[in-house]
Design a protein around this ligand. Sequence first.
Ligand code: CA
Length: 235
Amino acid sequence: MRITHGSHTDTGRRSNNEDALIAAPDLGFFAVADGMGGTEGGEVASALALDTLHRYFERVGDGLDLVSEPGAALAQMRMAIRMAHRAVQRAAVGSLRDMGTTVVCLLVRGERALVAHVGDSRVYLARDGELSQLTRDHSLVAAMEAAGMPASPELAHIITQAVGQGADAQPDLSIVDVQEGDRFLLATDGLTDALDDDAIRRGLSRSKDAARALATAAYEAGSRDNITALVVQAR
Ligand code: CA
């Protein structure tokens, strides 16, 4: 299977872009992060977290097998996110002291992919015209909904964990099958707040520049946040 990708990140209606993305197709590694905290903290946190993850998987190389050794692969991803957490924590001094970041990762190996996330950035999968969300937000709203409680809109954007903040990050991890024609979307909340599932499915079905089309659609739908889309396709 051949893996291709496209990406777009946009400052949108904000003054600076605290989102970051990385695509390392030679490693099958793709990630998006949404930083927060202070005037420049968000940008530093998201970039530092992704850089740490990227360097980790560069060191591991292509030695991770999601078919024969899924447990080892999950442990490696957990370790990579822990290293990112510590790197952001160590750098969080002075004006950067409040910084943190969401992280969402996709590691594609052959016919499997490992999905990992901390915070409320998301991964979606479009397959045969159907869209499914592969991550569940680490947010107050998601936690209240899961508990059957009505969540009020003013609680939106309060996330329950972030890379670089608090105790060790506890990523959710899963391994999914990859089929020819699958399209994965990694996105920040600047995109997912502005677009419903139908709009995301439509954007992902575009044959060209799906990431840019999705980001543009989110902007036109009134997103007030930074907007990031990374589309990974199996051909
Ligand atoms: Ca955001």
